[in-house]
Write a protein that binds this ligand. Structure first.
Ligand code: ADE
Length: 226
């Protein structure tokens, strides 16, 4: 899949998308993440990307022309399944939406901007608005990085251990059970004996009951959905 990210602050996206699993996924050719600086599509000596809002409010608003030019150029090169805008007004992001996006071919994510973006972009270009939570960030870049990360890591083959992404918290509507590694005893605290037993049926039963217990205790709202 290919993800095109449009921003006026590309520096904010470079590091989170080019390390660790995300870098490896791109090196393996499973996903391509391309960051575009909207300023490259702006005109004039100052390459202005934002301007004062009509009606006299505070803050700057992203201008429509460079965004339309950039997205129209991308659309002339390939078909996009979604053009996403990151904004606190959007639908709340969750694992179900990450799973859905990971099945798509190409997506564009337009990062939100200080006071907002010219509404004509939202009306005529954007197909989906996504919020990562009920709080306000300075811009949409971190939200876009979170979306790209959560989508790319579940593409089949992205994580070495094929089963791993499927056993994440939320994939079965439950929080993940606790995990332990060596040493089996640390500071006098023992790893639960069942994990050392070699009895995989018992281990699986223990994991399921732990997942259910943690979900009941920490996120009972998740159980109301099922
Ligand atoms: N931009 C600013 N706040 C945001 C949020 N909560 N989610 C997505 N984009 C945002």
């Amino acid at each position: 899949m290919r993800i095109d990210l449009l921003t006026v602050v590309p520096e904010l996206l470079a590091s989170p998308l080019n390390e660790s699993i995300l870098r490896r996924v791109q090196e393996k050719g499973l996903a391509e993440i391309v960051v575009h600086n909207i300023r490259d599509w702006a005109e004039g000596r100052h390459r202005q990307v934002d301007d004062y809002p009509f009606g006299g409010e505070a803050g700057m608003v992203l201008k429509p022309e460079p965004v339309f030019r950039c997205i129209e150029e991308l659309k002339s090169q390939r078909v996009y399944d979604e053009v996403i805008y990151t904004s606190p007004d959007g639908v709340l992001y969750d694992q179900r939406e990450a799973n859905r996006l990971s099945t798509l071919g190409n997506i564009i994510i337009l990062c939100g901007h200080y006071k907002g973006i010219d509404h004509r972009i939202r009306e005529h270009l954007i197909t989906r608005e996504i919020s990562i939570g009920d709080y306000v960030l300075t811009g949409g870049e971190l939200a876009a990085a979170i979306i790209a990360d959560s989508v790319v890591r579940i593409i089949p083959g992205a994580i070495g251990d094929e089963a791993s992404a499927l056993t994440d918290s939320f994939q079965d509507g439950l929080l993940a059970p606790p995990v332990y590694t060596r040493p089996a005893e640390f500071n006098g605290w023992q790893v639960p004996g069942v994990l050392l037993s070699g009895n995989f049926a018992e281990i699986e039963k223990w994991r399921e009951s732990q997942a259910l217990e943690r979900t009941r205790r920490l996120r009972p709202d998740l159980l109301e959905d099922v």
